[in-house]
Design a protein around this ligand. Structure first.
Ligand SMILES: Cc1cc2nc3c(=O)[nH]c(=O)nc-3n(C[C@H](O)[C@H](O)[C@H](O)COP(=O)(O)OP(=O)(O)OC[C@H]3O[C@@H](n4cnc5c(N)ncnc54)[C@H](O)[C@@H]3O)c2cc1C
Length: 368
């Protein structure tokens, strides 16, 4: 096997490149990234970078040690499709990158609020999103955050510390109750209050109001919350559309993988936020959008890209860590209602193979 294409140039993509070299892969590694930037850290985007306390240079994920990885970066152009017949990743520019193995590391994007074409409405996933939002966080401005999940809570905390008047709207009865349970959800609600964030739970948002620029948020009970800016923090969608028609098993929750990142297609592995992976601790498949999980989980071994069985398995429970309202929240394990697995069924084809183009590429894996 001579070329591996890593699609997605962020935390999981860089981790895969490092793992390939650690595992003595000495062929060519092409990293395709839709963003026009080298990999950077996203957690500070809702915290100290949003607050203006750290700069762009502090976000870099690459270090001097990575110079030795000898990576062929293709930044600023997304992959448009995976052509299994041609054993190639096809970029939006039309360029085809022949590859014997592919790592899917395309992450996720912020879920938008339906029909919100107004100025002053933000989501937060990229550096550019954070820079645009930072401009809105002026002392005394009224910010409405839709969704009291991790991103919503972190933005609320950061904005409040900057003197912004923050209201958080959460459709469920308590913040983060689905992830942390009702007791810790109540603790989180208390923390918002202690820090001067107004929290409205148990009511959804029906409409964003404004003409050209957002001026308010209409709630399901008819209330209108005035807003100078709005942050929509209602979850993330896996970036998997480019795999349509490739035969890689993909469902609404992401690329379906085993615990080590192997997909149903030999020579294609996946890692990071775009995956819906078997989790023995949860007894079901999960999409885990946590920095810590991706760093502590084994990166997909290149043997899997070449059709061999994945040998490394997750041995410790997933862990996540967040900070908000000046508190660190670290949670070993995961909350995983059994019902989640029902929505995670893969929708595409059964096991398949990647055409062997290299001397050492092997045939499709028969079992996982
Ligand atoms: C604001 C914010 C705060 C966070 N805070 C925390 C925290 O405190 N703790 C924690 O554990 N986790 C946190 N996370 C989550 C953590 O950052 C993610 O789990 C991690 O970034 C996932 O890495 P990834 O490489 O899988 O995906 P991503 O970081 O989403 O990267 C995927 C990359 O692939 C690119 N891409 C997408 N489609 C294509 C395509 N077709 N072709 C080529 N490239 C493509 C994207 O542009 C992107 O650069 C936070 C996330 C955000 C957004």
């Amino acid at each position: 096997m001579r070329t591996v294409a890593i699609v997605g140039g962020s935390l999981a993509g860089l981790g895969a490149a490092r793992a390939l070299r650690d595992q003595q892969f000495d062929g060519r590694i092409v990293v395709v990234g839709a963003e026009d930037r080298l990999p950077y850290d996203r957690p500070p985007l809702s915290k100290d970078f949003l607050a203006g306390e750290v700069g762009l240079e502090d976000l870099a994920l690459t270090t001097a040690d990575d110079d030795g990885l000898d990576l062929d970066w293709r930044l600023g152009v997304p992959a448009a499709r995976l052509d299994r017949a041609a054993a190639a990743v096809v970029l939006a520019s039309g360029e085809e990158i022949g590859a014997d193995g592919v790592v899917v590391a395309t992450g996720a994007r912020a879920r938008p609020f339906p029909v919100a074409q107004l100025g002053g409405v933000h989501t937060l996933r990229t550096v550019d999103d954070a820079l645009a939002l930072r401009d809105e966080l002026r002392a005394g401005a009224r910010l409405v955050v839709i969704g009291a999940g991790f991103i919503g809570a972190e933005v609320a905390s950061t904005a409040r510390a900057l003197g912004v008047d923050v209201t958080v709207i959460e459709a469920t009865p308590a913040p983060l109750a689905g992830v942390l349970g009702p007791d810790l959800g109540a603790v989180c609600a208390g923390l918002h209050g202690e820090h001067g964030v107004r929290l409205i739970c148990g009511v959804g948002v029906t409409r964003l109001l404004g003409d050209g620029r957002v001026r308010g948020v209409e709630l399901a009970d008819g209330r209108v919350e005035p807003a100078d800016a709005v942050v929509v923090g209602i979850g993330a969608l896996p970036n998997v559309e480019w795999l349509a028609g490739s035969g890689v098993a993909v469902g609404p929750g992401g690329v379906r993988t085993d615990a080590a990142g192997a997909t149903n297609i030999a020579q294609v592995v996946a890692a990071g936020d775009c995956t819906l992976s078997d989790c023995s601790f949860a007894g079901t498949a999960l999409r885990q959008e946590h920095w810590h999980t991706h760093c502590s989980s084994p990166s997909p071994p290149w043997r899997a890209c070449s059709g061999g069985r994945s040998r490394r398995r997750v041995r410790s429970p997933p862990t996540s860590g967040r900070t908000s309202t000046g508190r660190a929240c670290s949670s070993p394990g995961t909350a995983c209602p059994a019902t989640r697995s029902r929505s995670s069924r893969a929708t595409s084809s059964p096991a398949g193979s990647w055409p062997a183009t290299g001397a050492t590429a092997s045939s499709s894996r028969s079992s996982r």
